[in-house]
Design a protein around this ligand. Structure first.
Ligand code: IMP
Ligand code: MG
Length: 171
């Protein structure tokens, strides 16, 4: 077991998730929301957020892998698993664990826009703004954080620690 320090406690996470869900419910009013959860990292966050939404929600999943998130290596995103439902004319809300370089969300948004949704927004649990290489601003942000390597609440280090109920960093 690595030495993991708590960055955001379970209690603070729960509180912020309620705030975010209330904001999203309010912004979409009586509209349906088509949530796209990015596997695997965003699962815990997406489950907790969607449980608190007051709208009708459809949920689907996508899994991508990004290579060379540095501009020098011209970043590419590969779709490993795609959504299986039609998003044309739907209000799409992409839920992601963390924005780092910004490559993943830039590419996914670009890809999904081709499918002609009615609207497309993004909700991220964490934002490491200082690491950005591709301009990207999420519509909903859980917490802005410094440049730590994060684990827990969906996020992994070599596939471990996703099940931690809090957000931690490896020392
Ligand atoms: P981006 O494309 O550089 O914005 O990277 C986003 C992806 O990198 C996320 O979906 C995460 O899977 C992964 N990632 C970035 N930072 C961390 C971290 O601190 N811990 C675990 N995964 C991370
Ligand atoms: Mg990810």
């Amino acid at each position: 077991m690595d030495n993991i320090k708590v960055l955001i406690s379970e209690k603070d996470l729960k509180k912020r998730i309620i705030e975010l869900s209330n904001q999203i419910s309010k912004d979409y009013e009586n509209e349906d929301i088509f949530v796209i959860c990015l596997l695997k990292g965003a699962t815990y966050f997406a489950v907790d957020i969607t449980k608190k939404l007051k709208n009708d929600v459809i949920i689907d999943f996508m899994k991508v892998s990004s290579y060379g998130s540095s501009k020098k290596t011209s970043g590419k995103v590969n779709i490993i698993y795609d959504i299986t439902t039609n998003i044309k004319d739907k209000n799409v809300l992409i839920i992601e664990d963390i924005v780092d370089s910004g490559l993943t969300l830039n590419k996914i948004k670009e890809y999904l826009l081709q499918k002609q949704p009615k609207s497309i927004k993004t909700c991220v649990m964490l934002d490491k703004e200082a690491r950005r290489e591709y301009q990207f601003t999420a519509d909903y942000i859980g917490f802005k954080i410094d440049d730590y390597f994060i684990v827990g609440y969906g996020l992994d280090y070599n596939e471990k620690y996703r099940n931690l109920p809090y957000i931690g960093y490896i020392e």
